[in-house]
Design a protein around this ligand. Structure first.
Ligand code: ADP
Ligand code: MG
Length: 253
């Protein structure tokens, strides 16, 4: 590869969603011509009412959901191409859910070590070293030996973030990562996410935390009824007089 092709490859968006449609077998048209680019190192926050297609859209980005029509490219790999290895896509596109889904019979450390050993075939020593440094990074250096039942919700979610990071993903998707948490634990999880953003992690975050959107997002996207209605910088977004956004913000703020 010549230098010029290398340069153009890295300046391409990391995620390109083009006119994505998703119709579920029951006929529900959950995504209607959704197009979105996410650049490397960018933080995109998606907001919108319940049922607007936010989760479905995130899930299409790592092939947890197939699409009915349109295209999705991650680092120029076409996810709709039958030859694309879905397992590789899922390694490269990490996901953090509202429910932390930690393995209850494994410690925090064990949870973070598992996939790198099983999937990436890392040695135990190597996986442990990475897991320890990641748990330190999310502020859990003193909780590595704890089982999930001995961790608060906020701590469990931070373990879940460390577990995703252990796979060295190119992008991390967050689906309402703080919605299941008691209010006093929301901040510690958002703080970890802010740190990741600062360190240059590419992130797509579905959240109702408007403060986080305002402070951390490079772009904010509003979805309603399966459509991507608006996509703006936070400054413009929160001053937008778009009637559909106004109606939504009037309900949540
Ligand atoms: P959000 O995350 O914004 O709340 P979702 O993406 O979960 O919205 O859902 C979007 C729409 O798709 C909703 O109308 C929902 O009922 C529908 N939907 C989601 N998953 C399925 C499914 N597996 N089968 C049928 N309809 C679904
Ligand atoms: Mg959802």
């Amino acid at each position: 590869m010549t230098d010029s092709t290398t340069a153009s490859a890295t300046s391409m968006p990391l995620i390109q969603a083009r006119n994505v449609n998703k119709v579920f077998p029951n006929g529900c048209h959950a995504l209607k011509d959704v197009s979105l680019d996410v650049q490397r190192g960018e933080v995109v926050v998606i907001i919108g009412p319940s049922g607007s297609g936010k989760s479905t859209f995130l899930r299409t980005l790592n092939q947890l959901e197939t699409i009915t029509s349109g295209g999705i490219f991650v680092d120029q790999v076409d996810l709709t191409d039958k030859r694309t290895d879905i397992n590789v896509v899922r390694e490269e596109v990490g996901m953090v859910f509202q429910a932390f889904n930690l393995f209850p019979h494994k410690t925090a450390l064990g949870n973070v070590m598992l996939a790198p050993m099983k999937v990436l075939k890392q040695s135990k020593a190597e996986a442990q070293k990475t897991a320890e440094s990641l748990l330190e990074r999310v502020g859990l250096a003193d909780r590595m030996g704890n089982y999930p039942s001995r961790l608060s919700g906020g701590q469990q979610q931070r373990v879940a973030i460390a577990r995703s990071l252990a796979m060295k993903p190119k992008v991390l998707l967050f689906d309402e990562p703080t919605s299941a948490l008691d209010p006093e634990m929301v901040g510690e999880v958002l703080d970890v996410m802010k740190e990741l953003a600062k360190e240059g992690m590419t992130m797509v975050v579905v959240t109702h935390e408007m403060g986080f959107a305002q402070e951390v997002a490079d772009r904010v996207v509003f979805m309603e009824d399966g459509e991507l209605v608006l996509e703006e910088t936070p400054e413009r977004f929160f001053h937008s007089d778009h009637p559909r956004l106004q109606r939504f913000l009037g309900q949540v703020l």
